[in-house]
Design a protein around this ligand. Structure first.
Ligand code: ZN
Ligand code: ZN
Length: 588
């Protein structure tokens, strides 16, 4: 007769068996053994079982055993639940499962501990539902874990990951008794994620004042904010700070620096960093290719892409977006077509809407409107409104006005509340000189309560970022700025500049149109820079929309008259103005 094991011995034997378990098939044997020895409710054994399953990436199996309808979950403890919740919260696409386990825990009246909530909050962040996050926040308060810094840090992260949660995140952050670099990083990163980059920079400055040492993660977020704001001076300062403080340069941080320099207009510096970097990833290559594309240096972008393939790096679909946009911005239509086929045939990438968008953009910029239309007809997926708007702009620019009109009308039927569609239609009527139809379009817009997105331009000066909107009078130097704008206008006219008023939407007489053009935000920002920087200093500005024809031509004149290099980043690309010329060769 077999001797019956004592409970302690049985427990040890199961733990030993689980320790040796290295494949999923052995896990099922272990489970049979656990049941046979009557340890189906023993939290210690089950925790080891769950942890082993998690190591073997078989958490679903563990969960099906542990949470079957006849399991006695009320006998489990917090450590067992935490093990499963953690395993799920670290698995992609399994955040809902983590939350399901947490609900079983609460229902089984097992008290959570301070280790439970960071995993639960992490899962909430993955799901991204604000109300769910708030409910969990309520439980944190109820069970008294508000004071735990790890719980609070994850709560900030959770709120930052649920859109609409940024203010709650800041509230939790502000109420924290002591702030470590993780909390600062989470909050700064949160601001970047929702596009509040100035808030991110401001918070970073506060972090400096409080003498909290940032880590690499913080710096990656701050660099992303610099990118967004086009704040090259701040970005350079961040670079020297990283050197000075000896912050470890991870691959991620190197990539962030490269991206910052490329997107803030210093693509040569980005290239230099890229060349000196060891352990380049596809992200490093793509950042430089994108940067070159935005600066209209298409041939170099193509060269680098070829070098990347030569290096054995397999391009992904993101790399192809950069490459195709490089071809588009540099008017390299044949190369673009060739790479588009190569992407499909050689690398087996299925083109996404962004790739089709690049191709349409490329054909349109080159004035091949009919080809673009044909291309769209042959696309296996529906063109999105962005592609259609590109086509419409091309119709207007290249005189295919009736075609443009009919596509715009179609687009308005599909998207009746999108203001830029009406602006496009109104601009087409202006070019057709159909003033009555144009007025009607404007009226339709007003009736629907829509306004054109206001143009705005940012400029960095003495570590501060200034933002101008069209017709801005809020700046304290406003009087001098407008005086300067007028002076610029006079000097430009003398040099042969003719204002191109056809893009001005309002139906006003010529002189007023000119006045409206003079108030465009980039002109105000350039005037501000001319007033406040020594002669010869390059001027860098960031525009939120595409630069209009008139500002483009005016900036060329200004660069020559005032002998300034002017770098403009607009919504699509960079323009380097120098000596009366632009790097885009008037093709943007
Ligand atoms: Zn303009
Ligand atoms: Zn240009």
């Amino acid at each position: 007769m077999k001797k019956l094991m004592k409970p302690r011995e049985a427990e040890q034997s199961c733990l030993a068996l689980l320790q040796l378990c290295d494949v999923v098939s052995k896990l099922t044997q272990c489970q049979a053994h656990i049941v046979k020895l009557g340890l189906g409710n023993n939290p210690m054994v089950l925790t080891k079982f769950a942890a082993t399953a998690s190591d073997l990436k078989a958490v679903d199996y563990a969960s099906s055993v542990l949470f079957s309808p006849d399991s006695s979950t009320h006998l489990y403890d917090a450590f067992l639940f935490n093990t499963v919740i953690r395993a799920y919260s670290q698995t992609r696409h399994a955040k809902h499962e983590a939350l399901r386990c947490y609900r079983v825990m609460v229902k089984s009246k097992v008290l959570p501990n301070k280790f439970t909530y960071p995993f639960v909050l992490k899962a909430c962040a993955g799901v991204g539902e604000l109300n769910l996050g708030k409910t969990v926040h309520g439980s944190v308060v109820k069970f008294g874990f508000c004071g735990d810094s790890h719980v609070r840090n994850t709560m900030v992260h959770m709120y930052c990951s649920c859109s609409g949660g940024i203010e709650s995140a800041r509230k939790v952050f502000d109420e924290m008794p002591s702030l470590d670099s993780i909390a600062w990083s989470a909050m700064i990163g949160g601001y970047v994620k929702v596009g509040s980059s100035s808030d991110a920079v401001e918070l970073f400055r506060e972090m400096q004042m409080r003498r909290v040492r940032p880590d690499g993660v913080t710096m990656v977020s701050v660099l992303a904010a610099c990118c967004d704001l086009g704040a090259l001076e701040l970005g350079k300062w961040v670079e020297s700070y990283i050197e000075r403080e000896g912050i470890g340069k991870s691959v991620e941080l190197c990539n962030a620096l490269i991206d910052m320099f490329a997107k803030c207009g210093s693509v040569d510096k980005a290239l230099k960093l890229f060349r000196g970097m060891s352990g380049k990833t596809i992200v490093s290559w793509t950042s430089v290719i994108d940067g070159l594309a935005m600066h209209g240096r298409g041939e170099e972008a193509v060269g680098l892409f070829e070098e990347m393939i030569g290096d054995g790096v397999v391009p992904d679909d993101v790399a192809f977006i950069g490459l195709l946009s490089a071809c588009s911005h540099s008017g390299m239509v044949d190369e673009g077509k060739r790479y588009f086929s190569m992407m499909v045939e050689r690398f087996g990438c299925v083109p996404k809407i962004e790739h089709y968008g690049c191709m349409v953009d490329m054909l349109c910029r080159a004035g091949q409107v009919k080809e673009a239309l044909e291309f769209i007809r042959k696309m296996p997926i529906q063109p999105n409104p962005i592609i259609l708007r590109t086509l419409i702009s091309a119709c207007r620019a290249h005189g295919e006005l009736e075609l443009g009109e009919s596509i715009t009308k179609e687009l308005i039927r599909a998207e009746p509340l999108h203001e830029s569609n009406y602006v496009l239609l109104s601009n087409i009527y202006a070019k057709m000189k159909h003033w009555d139809k144009k007025t009607k379009t404007r009226e339709a817009m007003d009736k629907k309560g829509m306004k054109k997105i206001p143009g705005s331009t940012m400029i960095e000066l003495d570590n501060e970022i200034f933002e101008f909107v069209a017709g801005d009078k809020s700046h304290k130097q406003s009087k001098e700025i407008y005086k300067m704008v007028n002076e610029m206008g006079r000097k430009m006219k003398k040099a042969g500049y003719v204002p191109s008023t056809s893009e001005v939407l309002l139906d006003i007489d010529e002189e007023d149109k000119e006045d409206a053009l003079n108030r465009h935000s980039e002109k105000l920002a350039i005037a501000f820079a001319l007033l406040n920087t020594p002669p010869g200093t390059p001027i860098r500005i960031v525009k939120n929309l595409r630069v209009c024809d008139d500002c483009h031509s005016a900036t060329k004149f200004i660069s020559k008259i005032y002998n300034r290099e002017i770098v403009v980043r607009d919504r699509n690309r960079f323009h380097h103005f120098k000596d009366g010329m632009c790097s885009c060769r008037d093709f943007w």
